[in-house]
Design a protein around this ligand. Structure first.
Ligand code: PGA
Length: 220
């Protein structure tokens, strides 16, 4: 990966009006072109954000927060790879909130990765331990290392431990690895500077436009 990747996971947050206001604010700021920026909104805003990105002349990419393990067809409530591909380049798979709240297994995660790769979506596969890494089928994708204790708690894992975990992940699977878990405007640089890190996955701190623009500013 040439540029460091900054991925913003909005989770189940934001209304359409809030998303519009967020883009208006963020587009006024100086956005470093040495960063790859991907926004992961709820499915319902993908189309609207695609419009806003173009209207504001931004080079942001879009991603979906999940994907169906099935093809198009009779799967009520699911959004399939082909449908996501119309609006997005990336997809998050196996986030710990899906693994814990929706009982997503390693097997399901692998099915989703397969579906994404078939349509050339770039999966960002979230893992919080090495067993989850060992269970991944072969394929070309990005990994986000997100220790559970660091997600949404304001307690990021210390950079030395992150470096060691990412080194072990890379021994198991040759992939670009992002760090996620309580990344914010004050610590972003410290995490992006870790030698074996290809970027960061930011949740809570990406929701506020001011805090997000500060993350971009402090990232370089
Ligand atoms: P957080 O979330 O930045 O709010 O800790 C990260 C994530 O869950 O992807």
């Amino acid at each position: 990966m040439k540029n460091k990747l900054l991925a913003a996971n909005w989770k189940s947050n934001m209304t359409k009006d809030e998303a519009k206001a967020w883009f208006e604010e963020v587009s006024k700021s100086n956005i470093p072109n040495s960063l790859g920026i991907v926004i992961f909104p709820p499915f319902t805003f993908l189309d609207f954000l695609d419009f806003l990105i173009k209207a504001n002349n931004l080079s942001f990419k879009l991603g979906a927060q999940d994907i169906s393990p099935f093809d198009l067809g009779p799967y009520t409530g699911e959004v399939s790879a082909h449908q996501i591909k119309e609006f997005a380049d990336y997809v998050l798979i196996g986030h710990s909130e899906r693994r814990s709240n929706f009982n997503e297994s390693n097997e399901l995660v692998n099915k989703k990765i397969d579906k994404a790769l078939l349509v050339d979506l770039i999966p960002i596969v979230c893992v919080s331990n090495l067993d989850q890494v060992r269970s991944l089928s072969p394929g070309n994708f990005i990994i986000a290392y997100e220790p559970i204790a660091a997600i949404g708690t304001g307690n990021p894992e210390d950079p030395k431990t992150v470096f060691s975990m990412v080194s072990q992940i890379k021994q198991i699977k040759n992939a670009d690895v992002l760090y996620g878990g309580s990344v914010n405007e004050n610590n972003i640089k410290e995490y992006l500077d870790i030698e074996n890190i290809s970027g960061a996955l930011v949740g809570g701190a990406s929701l506020d436009s001011k805090s997000f623009t500060n993350i971009l500013k402090n990232a370089i």
